[in-house]
Design a protein around this ligand. Sequence first.
Ligand code: IGP
Length: 262
Amino acid sequence: MTILDKIIAFKKKEIAKIKAEIPVKKLVESPNFGRTVFSLKKSLLEVGSTGIIAEYKRQSPSKGIINDKATIAEVTNGYLDANVAAQSILTDTSFFGGTMADLMEARVINQQKPILRKDFIVDGFQIVEAKAIGADVILLIASCLTATELKNYGNLATDLGLEVLYEVHTQEDLDKINDLDNKIIGINNRNLKTFEVDLDHSIKLSSQIPDTCLKVSESGISDPKIITGLKEFGFQGFLIGENFMKTENPGEACQEFISQIR
Ligand SMILES: O=P(O)(O)OC[C@@H](O)[C@@H](O)c1c[nH]c2ccccc12
């Protein structure tokens, strides 16, 4: 059983418990159901966009504790000052040390850029939750879901006014996504089963993604020069977490990184 299998099995049990305690209609009462969402697509395609999707991640199964000092408020303000295109916030607690309260706190501060709820979505309930806590975008990880789930959860997110970042690692993952056109496709350079990171991954798979899609490269990005190279392969979004979070001041690290992108 890979770590990904363990995470999915754990998430399914966790969701089953939460669904028994919180009725969906309670979630729908959230004022966030009435808010205007920020579009990740629009933010990444804006003239002069930095393309940086900066992540708040306290820990990970592969690295353990990354940063348990920098608060979500400090990092959100720092990322906004750095003019990121969007924020990504881990809301998984057991494996990544995140909480939904983190995203809710960031939403109060960040009233101008899209927020991606980074979690392992294995049930539609979590998509309603994402809307209720103020997310604009959810992540659907193709290697965790069937083609039918990807389609159904994608439709549910759209019905709720949320955008979807479809994450793939292999051609097989990509083949699960029906009607690729115009979707936001993230290529994870990290194999979630082995944690191996290979930046060439984005480049190898990029040619299989239609030009109508918005391409995002995820994970393992630490050198601003890599951004220039990835842009030559049509990437418009770059999801970066550890390179910023491992520093004392992730916002400043992000600002410095962006200043070096040519
Ligand atoms: O910290 P990194 O190597 O910059 O990676 C960020 C992000 O891509 C990574 O956290 C991530 C990408 N897809 C995920 C799915 C679940 C959890 C985490 C992730």
